[in-house]
Write a protein that binds this ligand. Structure first.
Ligand code: FAD
Ligand code: FES
Length: 251
């Protein structure tokens, strides 16, 4: 099958792991690199665009996505039940590869989505920092793959750092850092990593259109010129996208 054809995948299970956060597992044999994504659709013509989702987990016979319900597309995905069919296209985009030595993964909120499969493939020595606005979710999934540290902005979670994950995290001593989360979090992390001389790799989960490199609607300016987020990304070296680079979309 061509990598640019949708294929039908049956829903194996879906559960709401926190308010409006879902874990969807579909059946089939898939391959992907950590950091790559799939396009999903579970509807007819409307909405016209398929929705990009990072690989959360991949095992023989199944592929999982972790997502937050934000609008119409994700609301439709959240209604899927075992046996329903999802159209999936991928893997798409570039993945990231592991630096040698001890590395850290840093996820902010739903930005943890691409990090579980990354942790699984990268292996130890690995430290995983997860930040949340409120109640942490999906943390237990990460425990087998590295040392896990949790930060939350809401009091009441024993063992968790109270505050921002970027305050809890110190990049010194790591060979490289890999992160996904809201843009302000990534920028704050970049300042710290740059000061410490540690390379930072980011996954930019911003809005896409076609998702397959055809429309140039996701173009951003980087130090090496304009690139398509869906094709040359979504993972980039942070200095390429944050150091004096600008985006068509003003982000
Ligand atoms: C490469 C890539 C991988 C992604 N992986 C994941 C993932 O694993 N899990 C996950 O939950 N999300 C992921 N996203 C974001 C996800 O694709 C969007 O949240 C989703 O497409 C929203 O669709 P919708 O129809 O529900 O919302 P829409 O109706 O399209 O939008 C509803 C609201 O959400 C906002 N919104 C839409 N897209 C984004 C976005 N990308 N970032 C922030 N706000 C947005 C809109 O501005 C609007 O306010 C990824 C995005 C990219 C580009
Ligand atoms: S979304 Fe169309 S080229 Fe990237």
């Amino acid at each position: 099958m061509s990598p640019l054809e949708f294929r039908e995948a049956p829903v194996l299970d879906q559960r709401e792991v926190a308010p409006n956060i879902f874990l969807l597992r579909v059946g089939g044999e898939f391959h992907a690199l950590p950091g790559q994504f799939f396009l999903l659709r579970a509807w007819g013509l409307h909405p016209p665009l398929s929705r990009p989702m990072s690989v959360f987990d991949l095992s023989p016979g199944s592929l999982s996505f972790a997502y937050a319900v934000r609008g119409e597309g994700t609301r439709l995905l959240s209604r899927l039940r075992p046996g329903d069919i999802v159209q999936v296209l991928g893997p798409l985009g570039k993945g990231w590869s592991r630096a040698e030595g001890k590395v850290a993964l840093v996820g902010g909120g739903m930005g943890l989505a691409p990090l579980l499969f990354t942790a699984k493939v990268f292996g130890r020595p690995l430290h995983i920092f997860l930040g949340f606005k409120g109640e942490p979710f999906l943390v237990e999934e990460f425990l087998p793959f590295g040392e896990v540290y949790v930060a939350t902005e809401k009091p009441g979670y024993p063992g968790a750092f109270l505050g921002l994950v970027t305050e809890a995290f110190e990049p010194r001593g790591y060979a490289a850092v890999y992160a996904c989360g809201p843009r302000p979090m990534l920028e704050a992390l970049y300042e710290k990593c740059r000061a410490a001389g540690v390379p930072l790799h980011v996954s930019l989960e911003e809005r896409l259109a076609c998702g397959i490199g055809a429309c140039f609607g996701c173009t951003i300016f980087t130090k090496r010129g304009p690139v398509r987020l869906c094709r040359e990304g979504p993972v980039f070296r942070a200095d390429e996208v944050f150091d004096g680079a600008r985006s068509f979309r003003g982000t």
